[in-house]
Every structure is written in C-alpha cells, then in structure tokens.
Design a protein around this ligand. Structure first.
Ligand SMILES: Nc1nc2c(ncn2[C@@H]2O[C@H](COP(=O)(O)OP(=O)(O)OP(=O)(O)O)[C@@H](O)[C@H]2O)c(=O)[nH]1
Ligand SMILES: [Mg+2]
Length: 263
C-alpha cells in the first residue's frame, strides 16, 4: 500500500465490493497495471491512487472473505462510487451482494453512484474473450491473441486457477443474466430510497467485464470517473468557498473560547 503522507490528497473515493474470488483485485490490476496476474485473496483492503486529468481518485480494493466483513463499511465511508462485483458464473455471488454487501454502503456519500459488475465474462461469452483494451500491455496482448487463435499453445501459458474453462475454449453456463443484474440495480435504488426515473439507468450502470482479457474494464472505470466528476468539483468548490482563516481573529476567538470554557 502506498504511503498516504507522501501522496496527494485524493479528491474522491471509489470502492470495489463483492464476495471473495469474484475478481475485484484482478479488475484493479487489469485497469491499473494493464495485466492479468496471479492474485492472493485480499487481506483487509488496499488502495490505488489514480491520476484522472487534474484529479486524484483513490480506488479501494476490499477483501471479500467473511472474516473481513466488518471492515467493509469503514472502507465505504465517504465513497463517491461503489462497484458491486459478482462472478457471472456464480449466482450466489450476486445474492451475496444483496445479502451481505449492500448494507455496507450505508456509510457512502448520499449521492454515491452504484455500478453492478459481472466479472469473468470471458468464461461465458465469446465476445468477452477478445480484449477491448486499446492499450493492453504487449505481453498480455500476445496471451489474448494466443487464446483466440492457437489454443494448443495455451497449455504452455500460466493457468489462473479459477479459469481453466476459458483456457480450454469451453464456455461455462452463465448463471447471472444481465436482467438479473439490472433487477438488482433497481433494488439498490429502492434500498437507497432513490427514484428510478431520476437516477442513472441500469443499462448505464450494469457492466459485464473480464479482468482476464480486459473486456469492458476501461469502459467501467472511465464511465465511473466521468460520473463522479461533479462530486469532485463540488468538493473542490466547497473547499475554496470555506473562509480563509484570520490568525489574529482566530487568536481572539480561541482566547475568548478558553475564557468561556473556563469556570
Ligand atoms: N477467467 C477469469 N478468471 C478471473 C477473472 N478475474 C479473476 N479471475 C480469477 O479469479 C480468482 C479470484 O480473483 P481475485 O481478483 O483474487 O478475486 P477477489 O475478488 O479479489 O477475491 P478476494 O480478495 O478474496 O475478495 C483468481 O484465480 C483469478 O485469476 C476473469 O475476469 N476471468
Ligand atoms: Mg482480492
């Protein structure tokens, strides 16, 4: 984890939430490092600071394991966007979002934006096996191209433990349909007491991604960053509008305060 004291202050916070093994860390690696690499189950949480134009966005990766559940609401405190992540091959991972994770977002900003993201789409959807990243790292691009054209070469590639099906070219059954994700998004809005008509629509806020191939990963993060811009600008305005401190006056006030507080 980078050392906060040496870093610029984040303007806004985006949090990845979801059950263990859905691919939260892999999504963050894919976006920030342009790579799909081996992961170990996250302990606690970690963040990455993304420079987005003149703004600094902290992206928080959280642990999905039950034992770290209590930390989730702490990580969501003050979040401008939450990415509720599930695995398209695992129905239970969507159910868990509703049962265990949604309530953790109670500490997020009142105008927090919610994205519902079905990861591992490469396992169920041939189009997600093709990378959509314009700037996938060259070593990864070779791997993706091999995926598509030379399946026999793949046995020589390192096999991520949770994705043998995609490597063998066999598609898995998709357990969560886009309509299920959209229905869940509708329930998030109701849980938050938001009016569906004046909120961002499900078609804009539900994504299917593949951290493995990069499919839709940039689109997800960039759409969210665009949507949190108003939050950033408002926060910056609030900071600018806060009155400058007159030290003399301040001294006067503090001495007055100390007098009043003195018995
Ligand atoms: N096929 C495929 N496998 C993936 C994808 N994303 C992640 N995986 C695999 O799924 C497993 C879990 O990925 P992680 O990124 O560690 O999952 P996580 O959600 O961070 O899990 P926790 O840290 O325990 O909460 C790993 O074996 C990954 O290689 C994906 O898009 N496609
Ligand atoms: Mg993780």
């Amino acid at each position: 984890m980078p050392e906060m004291s040496k870093m610029k202050k984040p303007d806004v916070k985006v949090v990845l939430l979801g059950d263990m093994n859905v691919g939260k860390t892999s999504l963050l690696h894919r976006y920030t490092e342009r790579k799909f690499k081996d992961t170990i189950s996250t302990v606690g949480g970690a963040f990455y600071l993304k420079q987005w134009g003149p703004y600094n966005i902290s992206i928080w990766d959280t642990a999905g394991r039950e034992q770290f559940h209590g930390l989730g609401s702490m990580y969501c405190r003050g979040a401008a966007a939450v990415i509720l992540t599930y695995d398209v091959t695992n129905w239970q991972s969507l159910a868990e979002l509703e049962e265990r994770f949604l309530s953790l977002t109670d500490t997020a900003n009142h105008d927090c934006i919610y994205a519902v993201v079905g990861n591992k789409a490469d396992l169920t959807d041939p189009k997600a096996q093709l990378s959509r990243d314009s700037d996938v790292a060259p070593e990864d691009r070779t791997e993706c191209e091999e995926d598509r054209t030379e399946p026999e070469v793949l046995s020589a590639c390192p096999t991520p433990p949770a994705s043998p099906a995609s490597l063998s070219g066999v598609m898995l059954h998709k357990q969560v349909a886009p309509e299920d994700a959209a229905a869940f998004y509708g329930r998030i809005l109701r849980y938050k007491g938001l009016d569906e008509k004046s909120s961002l629509p499900a078609e804009k806020m539900c994504f299917e991604t593949s951290a493995k191939t990069g499919y839709n990963v940039d689109a997800l993060f960039e759409a969210l960053f665009d949507l949190v811009l108003p939050s950033i600008l408002r926060k910056r305005n609030e900071n600018q509008e806060s009155p400058t401190v007159d030290l003399e006056e301040c001294r006067g006030t503090s001495s007055k305060r100390s007098r009043t507080s003195c018995c």
